[in-house]
Design a protein around this ligand. Structure first.
Ligand code: ADP
Ligand code: F6P
Length: 324
């Protein structure tokens, strides 16, 4: 028989993402409604090690569903990567009587949750990252807001790029993944998209494309470059030299991580937060909540981390087809 859960903790870890607050709110309110006590663990695993733990009630999460960032702060903890750090963190859970922890973050944070679970703390992961780079899920908390923010920024760049008949290289975030870049490429009608998963470094092909697009009457040329490829500024210089077309590079940067979450991020994060608490109440541990093929599901974290996913080739075809 699984030990009855009485008190849970919630933390955010890794890069923040819009919608994390909606998830925290859902965890806190659904847990309290089920008669559980809830604490907020601030600054991710580092805060757990350092006992940065606060009591939470239903009012602690008032006015948060609409706010970007994370009210619990977040961190990347080197100390928690060590066996000693993990033992300290588990010890804090025992000291506070925390039986279960909801971890909101990416793959790295799930690896941390695995470790806590090995120390006897029930853990549930929620996918929180603007990068969409978690293999077991088609949706991650924050991606929708980030991609809309990037799209709006690129629309603005396009206005000025067209007015000056320039070429623009716009670098979007995504760490080693090209999901943000690909979605922006379609949504912004970019002429080219450079994805870490596919880019072969053939800059001459890019230069030929720019020259050809001028020949067919295009007034601008937008290249979406994923952060995983980078070097947008030097690429812009080389392209300008080779084509004779004025070229500017813009790195959108951390703007993509902030801002009020979209409706989708608020709703999906809320559903996932409630699901996490229900899984803990069922005595589940070492699981991650995911959204797969139109349904909210959960997987064993080991199984989830062993999955892989790739750029959708069909979307890439659509992007190329419509930009010609
Ligand atoms: P994300 O969760 O967005 O992938 P990181 O990879 O930076 O972000 O991971 C967030 C934190 O999770 C790390 O700073 C570390 O504290 C913890 N973590 C990552 N990988 C491991 C691991 N293999 N074992 C234990 N903890 C880990
Ligand atoms: O994982 C989210 C993310 O914004 C990535 O897209 C990016 O590579 C990284 O975090 C940036 O991290 P930092 O805020 O530490 O610069």
């Amino acid at each position: 028989m699984a030990k009855a859960i009485k008190k849970i903790g919630v933390l955010t870890s890794g890069g923040d993402a819009p919608g994390m607050n909606a998830a925290i709110r859902a965890v806190v309110r659904s847990a309290i409604s089920e008669g559980l006590e809830v604490v907020g663990i601030r600054r991710g695993y580092q805060g757990l090690i350092e006992d940065d733990i606060i009591e939470m009630n239903k009012r602690s999460v008032s006015e948060t569903i609409n706010r970007g960032g994370t009210i619990l702060y977040t961190a990347r903890s080197m100390e928690f990567m060590t066996e000693e750090g993990q033992s300290k963190a588990a010890e804090q859970c025992h000291k506070h009587g925390i039986d279960g922890v909801v971890v909101i973050g990416g793959d790295g944070s799930f690896r941390g949750a695995q470790k806590l679970s090995e120390h006897g703390i029930n853990t549930i992961g929620l996918p929180g990252t603007i990068d969409l780079d978690i293999a077991c899920t088609d949706y991650t908390i924050g991606f929708d807001t980030a991609v809309n923010t990037a799209m709006e920024a690129i629309d603005k760049i396009r206005d000025t790029s067209t007015s000056h008949e320039r070429c623009s290289i716009v670098e979007v975030m995504g760490r080693n993944a090209g999901y943000l870049a690909l979605w922006c490429a379609i949504a912004n009608g970019a002429e080219n998209v450079l994805l870490p998963e596919r880019y072969d470094g053939n800059e001459q092909a890019l230069i030929d494309d720019i020259i050809n697009s001028r020949k067919v009457g295009k007034k601008h040329h937008i290249i979406i470059n994923a952060e995983g490829i980078g070097h947008s500024t030097s690429m812009a210089r080389r392209i300008e030299a080779a084509t004779g077309i004025e070229t500017r590079a813009t790195i959108i940067g951390h703007i993509q991580r902030g801002g009020n979450p979209t409706c989708k991020d608020r709703v999906y994060a809320s559903v996932m937060g409630v699901t996490a608490v229900r899984l803990l109440l069922q005595g589940k541990t070492n699981r991650v909540v995911a959204y797969k093929d139109g349904k909210f599901v959960d997987y064993d974290i080991d199984e989830a981390l062993a999955m892989s996913k790739d750029i959708d080739e069909y979307k890439l075809d659509v992007s190329m087809l419509l930009s010609r």
